[in-house]
Every structure is written in structure tokens, then in C-alpha cells.
Design a protein. Structure first.
Length: 160
């Protein structure tokens, strides 16, 4: 193992450094902010019907959907998929949101039989690729901004 040990002669500086380490290692606020940001991105994706735009529904399927589920957008037949992707309540037990969080990791996703089919597409079955999770450079910049914000606020809480 290779390691670095920092020792401060000043007790206050040592205490501040230990406090900063503790603040940075507590990822609760950061991960909560990241999750909310991802849910915000997904809400916008569903409202815009894709980012980039999803392939239109086939004429035949659109006619059936308009008759049975009038006014519903692409990938919103029952609302379960959108609810799971945006962290909302509602939907059915066939599509479930995934949100697992630990100190080291945040996992957000959707569990359901047909979720991957939409994300990846299956042209053999006539299912076009409609990416549910597709982050743009702008999205990634916002995520990076959250990291920066949480780092700065941790430093400010310790050092004033």
C-alpha cells in the first residue's frame, strides 16, 4: 500500500482538515441533489418526447393508442415508465424505479421487462430505439456543477 500522512503542527488546522474530510466523505446531500437533477432531466425528456426526439409511433399503433389512451405521449401508455424514470409515485408494479444509495455510489434506474427494449430498441420486433436515459453535454455540465457546489460548501462550512 502507498499512502500519504498529513500531520499539522497546529491543532486547529488538524481539526479543520479532519472536519473537511468528514464533510466531503458524507455524500448524502450530494447524492440527493444528483438524484433530483437526474429526475429533472428525465421529466424534461418525457415532456419533449425524447432528447433527441424519439422516433414517432407507427401509424397503426398511434391510431390504436389514440383510441384507447387519448392524449398520452410516446412511452406514456400507462404512465408507469415515466413515473419510474422521474422518481414519481404512481404507475404499476410492472415498472419500478431503482434508487440505491451508499456513501460510495448512487444508482438510479428503472426495473421492468420492457425498459431495456425501449432504451436499446429491437427492430426485429418493430420497436424503435427511444432512449430514456441519454445525458447531453449540458446535462453532464450541470452534474459537474453539483459536485463543484457541494465541494465548495463543504470547504465553506469548515473554513468559513
Amino acid at each position: 500500500m502507498v499512502g500519504i500522512t498529513l500531520k499539522f503542527d497546529n491543532d486547529k488546522a488538524q481539526a479543520q482538515f479532519i472536519g473537511l474530510r468528514r464533510e466531503i466523505s458524507d455524500t448524502t446531500h450530494l447524492f440527493n441533489s444528483l438524484a433530483e437533477k437526474v429526475y429533472e432531466f428525465e421529466e424534461k425528456t418525457f415532456e419533449a418526447e425524447g432528447n433527441p426526439k424519439w422516433v414517432s409511433l407507427s401509424r397503426r399503433y398511434k391510431m390504436w393508442k389514440d383510441r384507447h389512451y387519448p392524449g398520452r405521449k410516446i412511452l406514456e401508455l400507462t404512465g408507469s415508465l415515466k413515473a419510474a424514470a422521474t422518481g414519481s409515485t404512481g404507475g404499476s408494479m410492472k415498472v419500478l424505479p431503482i434508487r440505491r444509495q451508499s456513501k460510495e455510489a448512487l444508482e438510479i434506474g428503472i426495473k421492468g421487462a420492457y425498459v431495456w427494449a425501449h432504451q436499446a430498441g429491437n427492430l426485429k420486433r418493430g420497436l424503435y430505439r427511444r432512449m430514456i436515459y441519454n445525458f447531453t453535454r449540458s446535462n453532464l455540465a450541470e452534474i459537474a456543477g453539483l459536485y463543484e457546489y457541494h465541494s465548495k460548501t463543504a470547504v465553506e462550512r469548515i473554513y468559513g
